[in-house]
Design a protein around this ligand. Structure first.
Ligand SMILES: *[C@@H]1O[C@H](CO)[C@@H](O)[C@H](O)[C@H]1NC(C)=O
Length: 267
């Protein structure tokens, strides 16, 4: 996690964007209510010290004992991130539903615990090209969305952009749609354009080919497929959820991520 993503004060916490839901969901319980007798204060301080000694993980201490007492040294102690992946096609209506109903709301809550990858589905061709189910226009859309992820690696940015594109998926890859979505998410359209046109388009095709191969290797054929920890978690297909043994609920996916994260090794 980038250090600047951690809220450093109550104010930052209130103003942080995607972290805010998580922040609201975990109320801060200060260790020292101001009007209590001194002895309670000592007891609580002692308890906090014990907790701090026992649980050296920053987050736990941070939430139990309040931000003002957290030690900055703890900030960098993290667990290995949990792999979370969405496999989509840019001109697929199921991708739009899947991002809106599952991927985006989940990412809002666990963005700091996952290593997110957005992958594309297609068919590699003999001449090192890629065929896309909805034609060359979809391949172009996929390349633009992969360029967005390459140029702006923060999932908040490129997922927002990609979701914006899927809302008008029929218009992909119209220039005005790309420009509007880029503007909406603070991206420089020229950077996307340069990426897509680099090496006469070879660079973009390579991004797409690698991404499509990744999906194929994972045995993924349907847009949209969500995979958690390298395993298929849920599929959105023909306007329905399929192959979702744990259900399509966001809460269940968030809990599954958190459980995996808690059992992840420290890094
Ligand atoms: C995140 O996942 C990608 C594969 O999608 C991998 O190449 C990369 O090393 C992972 N990064 C971290 C920080 O785990």
């Amino acid at each position: 996690m980038k250090p600047q993503m951690l809220p450093t004060s109550m104010n930052d916490r209130k103003h942080s964007t995607m972290d805010s839901e998580k922040g609201d969901a975990m109320p801060i319980r200060p260790c020292r209510p101001r009007n209590r007798p001194l002895v309670t204060g000592f007891a609580v301080v002692a308890l906090c010290y014990l907790l701090w000694s026992a649980i050296s993980r920053y987050n736990v201490f941070h939430h139990i004992c309040g931000i003002h007492t957290a030690t900055p040294v703890m900030v960098n102690q993290e667990r290995a991130l949990v792999p979370l992946e969405a496999h989509i096609m840019s001109k697929c209506p199921d991708a739009k539903d899947c991002l809106r109903m599952m991927v985006l709301p989940t990412m809002q809550r666990v963005i700091d615990k996952v290593n997110f990858t957005l992958s594309f589905i297609g068919t590699p061709t003999d001449n090192d090209g890629v065929e896309c189910k909805h034609g060359p226009a979809e391949c172009m859309g996929n390349i633009i969305e992969l360029c967005a992820a390459t140029q702006y690696p923060d999932p908040k940015t490129y997922l927002g952009f990609t979701f914006c594109m899927t809302q008008d998926y029929k218009d992909i890859p119209q220039l005005s749609l790309i420009q509007d979505c880029a503007l909406e998410h603070g991206m420089d359209f020229e950077k996307l354009n340069e990426c897509a046109l680099k090496d006469d388009g070879g660079f973009g095709i390579e991004l797409l080919r690698d991404s499509v191969r990744r999906s194929t290797a994972a045995g993924v054929t349907k847009s949209c497929t969500v995979r958690l920890n390298e395993e298929i978690y849920c599929v959105r297909d023909d306007g329905e959820w399929k192959d979702c043994p744990h259900g399509p609920g966001v809460n269940d996916l968030v809990l599954a991520v958190e459980k995996l994260y808690q059992s992840s090794p420290m890094v």
